[in-house]
Ligand binder design. Structure first.
Ligand code: APR
Ligand code: PHB
Length: 392
């Protein structure tokens, strides 16, 4: 097989890139290791910056998002028994965010791709990217029980944190910056109407909790738990009791309970791989960087990388210029590091330190008080949360 752009990974990054390339007439092939069923049902985040919504709309993938997405005007911070509203439009000059699950974006993009797009192969597991320095890099992959090759002009590594694309970067010219946090998130989906109109980020004395949602009848909730926790360590009643304790405020408010339909534990880490390009291999999304979910930046960063990459390939196709491809890594990394910083700060401000450090705990409260007392500090949070300017 051969193609112009070989895309490894059919998550949001790979699927959106395929869509952007298809729209400007560049052929590509997407190799996805898992089944369609698996990628369409994997539980992930669901908070979209305006730029992400705009990118999906611009490539004709936002019909259902526009009908079903929930537009939010802000978030609520809870700490020390009080609630504080952070009003995004007021603080940012009109910006909002939209709740729409990543799994739904994947379903929408897969449907478009299978209807009129270039090939998308499921259960096609890339094994290695070979000769990325050459003009014809090759992806070796397993499909239908045999090893095959995809010869490309360019390869886009969109294969997430556990992918193989990063392995093709030489150790001598690449560097990874990593930070593991000393806690994880237990996430649950529950068939109960959300007990809030907007997301609640709560700093409880026993740890962090987040109240998010998927629809008017489905809630998505998270609890900070120790690393190494198994979902079965937490029977449903224990989860609801702990959530209620962490969201408790002095005013009258109750957390609605309902049947829990999914439960999983996610470790928290920050990871940035530099550079994002080696020869004719370019990384995008989680393959290049991951952030802890506290700032809701993972999916949004993947989309902003792909927007740059789509533009760079379009420019090459139209004018023959590789200028944008040459600056791809530099263009993306500034925004990547800003989102890494924001996610780190949000995480550190809201999670209980496992060692119970009293000084750190007071620093968290001081940071939170500053945000609620100063319009300037709140505006800084709102600007980062709703999304810093896009690179292009
Ligand atoms: N060959 C083919 N496909 C692969 C391989 C491989 N060797 N390894 C991984 N994949 C696939 C995975 O099965 C997955 O579908 O690559 C895809 C990567 O998708 P994501 O992990 O969703 O990453 P990305 O598209 O960059 O989206 C970023 O995902 O983790 C969240 O918070 C993150 O929301 C953000 C989003
Ligand atoms: C989610 O809805 O899953 C979600 C929302 C905001 C976050 C993290 C996760 O910060």
């Amino acid at each position: 097989m051969r193609t112009t752009v070989g895309i490894i990974g059919g998550g949001p990054a790979g699927l959106l890139l395929a869509r952007l390339l298809h729209r400007v007439g560049i052929d590509c092939v997407v190799l996805e290791a898992r089944t369609r069923e698996y990628v369409e049902h994997r539980q992930r985040a669901g908070m979209l910056e305006q730029g992400t919504v705009d990118a999906l709309r611009a490539c004709g993938a936002a019909a259902r998002l526009e009908a079903e997405g929930l537009v939010h005007q802000g978030i609520e911070l809870r700490f020390a028994g009080e609630r504080h509203h952070i009003d995004f439009p007021v603080l940012t000059g009109g910006r909002t965010v939209t709740i729409y699950a990543q799994t739904e974006i994947v379903k929408d993009l897969v449907a478009l791709q299978l209807a009129d797009g270039p090939p998308l192969l499921f259960e096609a597991q890339a094994l290695a990217v070979e000769k990325p320095e050459s003009e014809q890099p090759v992806v070796r992959f397993l499909h239908e029980g045999r090893e095959q090759t995809l010869t490309c002009d360019w390869v886009a590594g969109c294969d997430g944190f556990h992918g193989i694309s990063r392995d093709a970067f030489p150790a001598a010219t690449s560097r990874t910056y990593a930070h593991d946090y000393p806690y994880s998130w237990l996430g649950v989906l529950a068939d109960v109407a959300p007990s809030c109109d907007e997301l609640i980020y709560a700093r409880g004395e026993n740890g962090f909790a987040l109240h998010s949602m998927r629809s008017p009848s489905v809630s998505r909730l998270y609890l900070q738990v120790p690393n190494g926790t198994e979902p079965d360590d937490w029977p449903d009643d224990r989860i609801w009791d702990e959530l209620a304790a962490r969201f408790a405020i002095d005013a009258d408010w109750t957390l609605g309970r309902g049947p829990i339909t999914a439960k999983s534990v996610t470790p928290m880490r920050s990871h940035v791989h530099e550079p994002m390009r080696h020869g004719r291999l370019l990384l995008a999304g989680d393959a290049a960087h991951i952030v802890p979910p506290t700032g809701a930046k993972g999916l949004n960063l993947a989309v902003s990388d792909v927007r740059v990459l789509g533009r760079a390939f379009a420019e090459l196709h139209r004018t023959g210029s590789e200028q944008l491809l040459d600056s791809y890594s530099e263009l993306c990394l500034d925004r990547v590091w800003q989102a890494t910083r924001f996610s780190y700060d949000m995480t550190r401000m809201l999670h209980a330190q496992p060692n119970g450090d009293a000084f750190e705990s007071r620093m968290q409260l001081a940071r939170l008080h500053r945000i609620t007392a100063s319009r300037h500090a709140a505006a800084e949070l709102a600007a980062n949360y709703t999304g810093l300017p896009l690179p292009l």
